[in-house]
Design a protein around this ligand. Structure first.
Ligand code: HEC
Length: 196
């Protein structure tokens, strides 16, 4: 064989060997997603979940936590334990996500509203003071009228933390002296020099 022919034959052989090799790698003896399988009686390679499997996400086993709804509609109690840490987390998330419109104090006159966005109702008006916790959770999760949903940006736990903080905010703006614990009242009086 002349030299060019030998080269060509070599190149062809190499191509055959290499491509065959590629095919083997491509067709590996494994089940691909939803592929049929003669191995199992039901003919499917995907196996059902073992009995008793539960989701690692709490919501799957506690719909109230996930939706804010119980049998009688919106739940009035928070489905999580309220702690100082939770309130602080809620305050931080509220200040980041909500205050731009609802304002830091919840009166609905945040910076975006001052610049022309529709003004939401104040969280301190009676209708909203009377609204159950689940109502707030639902507004964050599904949006409310012209307010868009925050479901993709705020995880479930943080939504409840925000609701807890809104409750604290409402109390802070509508509290009376009777709501102040006695020892703190004494401290305040001492600081201001007031005699009661
Ligand atoms: C971009 C501005 C904006 C942001 C940010 C925003 N909201 Fe709103 N929100 C509104 C407006 C405007 C309304 C009233 C919508 C309407 O009536 O169409 C509203 C309505 C609501 C309502 C229902 C009030 C009612 O009158 O019953 C709740 C509760 C609420 N928002 C909570 C929140 C919380 C909590 C956050 C933060 C996670 C948040 N919003 C973030 C603009 C905003």
């Amino acid at each position: 064989m002349s030299r060019p022919w030998r080269l060509l034959a070599f190149a062809l052989a190499a191509a055959l060997v290499l491509s065959a090799c590629g095919r083997n790698m491509y067709d590996q003896p494994k089940a691909e997603t939803y592929e049929a399988s003669p191995f199992f009686a039901d003919g499917a390679s995907s196996r059902p979940l073992p009995e008793g499997t539960i989701s690692r996400e709490r919501g799957a086993i506690d719909p109230v936590y996930l939706t804010g709804m119980g049998d009688g509609g919106f739940v009035s109690e928070l489905p999580i334990e309220v702690s100082e840490g939770l309130l602080r987390r809620g305050q931080e998330r509220y200040d980041i996500f909500c205050s731009v419109c609802h304002n830091y104090n919840g009166d609905g006159n945040g910076m975006i509203v001052q610049k022309g966005f529709v003004q939401p109702a104040s969280f301190h008006e009676q209708r909203l003071l009377d609204s159950p916790a689940g109502y707030y959770y639902n507004a964050i999760t599904n949006g409310f009228g012209r307010m868009y949903s925050y479901a993709s940006r705020i995880p479930v736990e943080d939504r409840w933390a925000i609701v807890a903080y809104v409750r604290a905010l409402q109390l802070s703006q509508n509290a009376t002296l009777d709501d102040v614990p006695a020892e703190i009242l004494e401290e305040l009086d001492a600081a201001t020099g007031e005699v009661r």
